[in-house]
Each structure stands twice: as structure tokens, then as C-alpha cells.
Design a protein around this ligand. Sequence first.
Ligand SMILES: Cc1cc2nc3c(=O)[nH]c(=O)nc-3n(C[C@H](O)[C@H](O)[C@H](O)COP(=O)(O)OP(=O)(O)OC[C@H]3O[C@@H](n4cnc5c(N)ncnc54)[C@H](O)[C@@H]3O)c2cc1C
Length: 483
Amino acid sequence: MDRREFSKRMLIAGTGAGLGLRATPSQARSGDYYEEPARRLPIREFDVVVAGGGTGGVVAAIAAARQGAQTALIEVKGYPGGTVTEGGTALHSFYNLWKAFDVEKRQVVRGIPQEIIDRLMKVGGCSGHAEMLTAYNYDSVCTAIDTELYKLITFEMLAEAGVHVFVNTLLAGAIMDGQRVAGAIVESRSGREAFYARSFVDCTAYGDLSAYAGARYTEPNDYPVCNSVGIGNVDIDKYHEFIQANKLTGQLARGMRSGKPDQIVRAGAEWVNLPELAQAARNIGMAMITTTVHDNYLMFLKCNLKLPVSPTDRDAVAKAELEIRRRMAQAVELFRQHVPGCEKAFMARTSPKLCIRRGRLIECDYDIPLADVLEGRHFDDEIMVYGFHDSAPRLQIKNGGTYGIPYRALCVKGIENLYACGMMITSNHDAHMSTRNTVSCMGQGQGAGTAAALCAARKCGTRDLPYGPLRDALNRSGVYFES
Ligand SMILES: Cc1cc2nc3c(=O)[nH]c(=O)nc-3n(C[C@H](O)[C@H](O)[C@H](O)COP(=O)(O)OP(=O)(O)OC[C@H]3O[C@@H](n4cnc5c(N)ncnc54)[C@H](O)[C@@H]3O)c2cc1C
């Protein structure tokens, strides 16, 4: 579906009620189309609505509520967390790449993202920021999490902050007032409702709210989709011994595991010396790197699949869901057959649906180019700094430093009161390989949520918010800046 068609449907879904459209049953069907009757929707009012309670959205909602904004969080699943609990193997990265460049070690993302880690550490749900012992030109630390505890801890933090959390609730449309988003249309088993607010943050990963609002976007389809299988009944130490015995190079980090420090929490292998296994892994798009915070569990093995079309295509995704489930079963079987300590492994968890690395790319006032990332550029309106690149060591931030994410990179072009946050920003694929990572999305969430609350309090649009008060609020809430 192209943007115009999507926006037309949005108008029908989102503003039909306002236009008072009515169709009798006989008029309702016209050729291949059914004209849905308009409905009166109950309205709820907030200061800030955050759509999508995932990696960025959780932090955005907590940040907005802590600024005193009445904040609604809309999440279609039954829990918060998003892709950070479903896709990746670890949170990259709270630090600069100090080891590779032999420069000062700095924790460059702090604030609410670090609070989540602190809370997880208290319940045994995190490896800590475990230093990489090998391959540290890829990253300096590895932060592995217990994904189930992550869902619980973030849910509790949202409740403590006073966020109105609407789980099992789908964002289904936008109500526009000129270039302003006036409301979000949501659907749940309690019915269809309109959530009005002054400021909106789109953290849906797919850019659903921005698309409903008529923002400009593209669908680059430049990554494989993936489901990640957690494998139970395994022995990670034996897995590591197997890697060593076969001289398979890869990443290694030690941290907290099952309550004990200095345990292997990340192990990866490149199967160059085991061509048969390497080929079998490649056939199912399986990445051979995993992390854990438990003695008998590998979280996750990723099974990738490149779709011919954008992952917004429901029918293509349906086929992929089945194929990837076959691949995950094969992945576990490969471990059972080939990896000592995994003979009785089983599929302990999968993601409820496949994960994407990019769906829609939403056009914002500033598009972060690769040079900003690699040159470590900073801006007079930045909301965070970041120092990790997923394509390291091929692409790294200059001298193990950081770059800034400017405020304008989150302001959705052409819409007065909407921020985009997370994997949906940054058009350049290689720049996106940095900005899309979990810890970057979390930091963006704190910036966007704080800004949305300040805009709501000042009754102003995103472009009328002065940087000074935003920077002060971010400083006060623990966000790190280089100067
Ligand atoms: C397979 C895979 C592996 C990865 N590996 C790593 C890694 O090892 N380390 C790393 O740092 N990063 C990794 N990444 C990248 C990183 O995980 C993501 O880019 C990041 O988590 C995206 O965060 P987000 O906030 O943009 O979206 P998400 O975390 O996906 O949040 C979006 C949320 O919005 C909800 N939602 C969507 N549409 C609607 C709607 N219409 N109504 C209501 N709710 C909605 C979703 O349910 C979800 O909870 C990986 C990504 C993938 C896919």
C-alpha cells in the first residue's frame, strides 16, 4: 500500500466520525470495498500520548510522567519491553569504544536506561556491564538481560511514575487538526476510543502513528526480519569449551550469571573451522552469538530471513512467520546434534511475532548522515550522545568518542506536535546501524518523552520549545553530555 492509500484509509478510520459519515447496509458494499459506518468514540484526555511501549517508548513514557505530564502509553502486547526483550542478544552500548582505541572509559548513556539496569541487577536479571575480553573492537561491554524480568521491572517503573499504561491496546488511527495531531484512536476489548493530548511520541518501531498522521515516509526494506529462540537445558561453559577446542574465534564477556560474578555471559563463534555446521547455520540465517544471565539458558539464537517486500506487508510476513519457526526448530536441532552440553536442549521461548530491524523510515527535520556518526559530531540541540556502531570494527566512531543525536532528528517533518523515536529515524543504512541499537533508542526515548512533557506544559509545538529548559531537564534527570 502506498502512502497516499494508507493516509486515505487513516482518514476514514481516524476522522470519519467527525465527518458524520453513515452508510446503510445496502450502501455499505461498493464493489470490492465495504464502507465502514462512522461511530461515536469516548474521549480520554492526556498531556502526552506515547504510542508503542517498547525499547524507546517505555523510557519516553517514564520521562514524560516524571516531568509531571499526564501520560498515556499505548502498547498492543500484554507487556512493555518491545524488541529489547524479543530480538537482540544484548543491550549495545552504554559505553564508548574505549578498549579498541585505548582511550578513557566513559559511560555515555545514563539516566533512565541505567536505572532500568540498576533495578534488573537487584533481582538477578542482568549480567551488568560485562567487559568484552575478546573482539573488543566490536564493543567494550556487553549488557545481557533476563528478558522476562525486563518486562516486569519496566512495567513496575511505568506504574511508579504514574503512567497510564494501556497494554493489549492497538493504536489504530490519528485524529488530525490541520498539521497537529489532536488525538490517537485506539482499540481494545474495551472498545474503540479517542485519546486526546497536546504532545505525541511515536515509538511503534513501524512508525504507525506518524503514518496515520500523514507524515512522509519510505519503507527501505534493507534488513532481514528475524525471530530469536531462547534455548533451555544447555551448558554455556561447555559451549565455550567447544568454541575454544575448535579454535573458533568470537566474542567473549564475563559478568553476573545465576547470581555468580565473573561467569561467561556472552559467547560467539565464527564457524570457519567447522564448514558443515557453518553452512547449516547459514542456510537458516542463524547467527552464532548468544548471551545469558542463567547457567542453563542461551538467550537468543537469531534466525534471519530477508523478505522480498517491506515487513509492513501482512501476507509476506505471514509466510515468513512459518518459515522462521521451521528455522528455529532446525537451529535447536543443530545445537542438540553438534554442541556438547546441548544434547537435551529445547526451545524455551520465542518472540510472539517476528522482529524487524526497520519498517517505515519517518521523515524528520534532520536526517542523521553517516558522517555525523563516524566523525563524532556534536550539536547545539542534542538530546543524548552515543558511542556504539553495530558494524564495528569496519565502522567506528572517531577515536572511540561519541556523536550527538540532535533534537531536530526526532521532530516529524510537517507535523507540529509529534516526535519519532527509535528504529524509525535515520535514512542512511550505515548510520542507522548505530542509531537503531537498543541503548540509543532508550536514550532517544528519554529525550523525546521529556520534550513532549515540556511542550504540553508550555502549550507549544515541538519547534517552539527552547533548548535551554530541555537541556536543564535532561541534565537534572541524569542524562550524560560530553560538555
Ligand atoms: C533480531 C534483532 C536483533 C537485534 N540485536 C540487537 C542487539 O544485540 N543489541 C542492540 O542493542 N540492538 C539490537 N537490535 C536493535 C534493537 O533491538 C531495536 O532497533 C530497538 O529495540 C528498537 O526499539 P524501538 O523502541 O524503536 O522499537 P520496539 O522496541 O520494537 O518497540 C515498539 C513497540 O511498539 C509496539 N507497537 C507497534 N505498533 C503498535 C501499534 N499500532 N499499537 C500499539 N503498539 C504498537 C510494539 O508492540 C513494541 O512494543 C536488534 C533488532 C532485531 C530485530
